[in-house]
Design a binder for this molecule. Structure first.
Ligand SMILES: *Cc1c(COP(=O)(O)O)cnc(C)c1O
Length: 325
């Protein structure tokens, strides 16, 4: 069954390239490594939220919204991409960020400001409560706010990664390639739900592995499988056995979300110094660090081909400078 994709706005450069990592494959001595460059998606330093936002913003506009509201961590890439998407469409944008207002605005926070977003700090309050207040204030002044959930991870956002799998399958077939594994960072689950469902819908025959950035494998797996199933319904697809496509590894949680350790530091430096490609400190640094460790443990054979899906986040690097060098 072919998915029925809803309308989307165009916010990025598609398809994002795939390229072999020849020097890195040799350096690590494991499987043949490739990378898909969603860090080059084009929207204000790019990243995986661009694909989700193309569908979310289209839905917002279709509902008559004139203002986007979303939430995240202080260095949220999703918040920054949402601010950029709002600017691009001429919509207002309010961001509710977790915790207290920091002393310096750097990395994504600097970009949020430059992109014209209104930034609110939840401080000691629960983010949900702060979001409710911001939504109510906007309505009170006659605006029509549209709430995008954390990470853009609902069925509308996940649709972006179902479409991304169609894009990847076209690249795979044009290049006469196949990938035994697709590996990427997973957190709020929308990316993985979309990839898993797209893998089923478009006949990808390898494995999909999400490296968890902050959640135990069991809970993330349950969440991703539920979202993939709901997204199937949203797109008129058969959800049969999509849950079997959902694999999560939580061996690399370290000291928790956004706590940069040796795993991330080493992965970022290896990718930068062997391939000239930047990873980010929170997501791709951790996921690629996990992949390096799996290669060292012999989880893949030499003849296998592994695609690392770069989900972006490099705008956060300056905010973690003291832990990176
Ligand atoms: C949000 C994000 C992820 C995780 O994507 P989810 O859909 O939330 O699982 C991975 N990498 C980067 C750089 C991100 O910003």
């Amino acid at each position: 069954m072919e998915p029925k994709f809803p309308d989307k706005v165009n916010l990025g450069f598609w398809p994002t390239p795939i390229e072999p990592l020849e020097r890195l494959s040799k350096y690590l001595g494991g499987p043949e490594l490739w990378i898909k460059r969603d860090d080059q998606s084009g929207l204000a330093t790019g990243g995986n939220k661009t694909r989700k936002l193309e569908f979310l913003v289209a839905d917002a506009v279709a509902h008559g919204a004139d203002h986007l509201v979303t939430t995240g961590a202080p260095q949220s890439n999703h918040a920054r991409q949402t601010a950029a998407a709002a600017a691009r469409l001429g919509l207002g944008c309010s961001l509710v960020l977790r915790g207290p207002k920091p002393d310096t605005f750097t990395g994504n926070l600097l970009l949020d400001e430059l992109l014209g977003a209104h930034v609110y700090w939840s401080d000691t309050r629960d983010c949900t409560e702060s979001i409710g207040r911001v939504m109510a204030e906007l309505r009170a002044i006659g605006r029509h706010p549209y709430l995008i959930p954390l990470g853009g991870s609902n069925v509308i956002g996940a649709t972006g990664y179902v479409l991304a799998m169609q894009e990847l399958m076209e690249q795979i077939s044009a290049a006469h390639l196949n990938f035994d594994f697709i590996v990427f960072a997973s957190s709020s689950g929308g990316t993985q739900a979309g990839v898993a469902l797209g893998a089923r819908a478009f006949g990808y025959r390898g494995s999909v592995l999400g490296i968890s950035v902050d959640h135990p494998a069991d809970s993330l797996k349950t969440q991703v499988a539920a979202l993939a199933t709901a997204t199937a319904t949203h797109l008129g697809l058969d959800a049969l056995s999509v849950a079997e496509m959902v694999n999560v590894n939580d061996d690399y949680l370290g000291d928790g979300y956004a706590q940069v350790g040796e795993t991330e530091r080493e992965a970022i430096k290896i990718m930068a110094q062997v391939e000239g490609i930047l990873l980010d400190p929170v997501y791709t640094g951790r996921a690629f660090g996990g992949l390096i460790d799996l290669i060292r443990w012999g989880a893949f054979t030499r003849g296998q081909r592994v695609l690392f899906w770069h989900t972006g986040g490099t705008a956060a690097l300056p905010a973690f400078a003291d832990r990176l060098i």
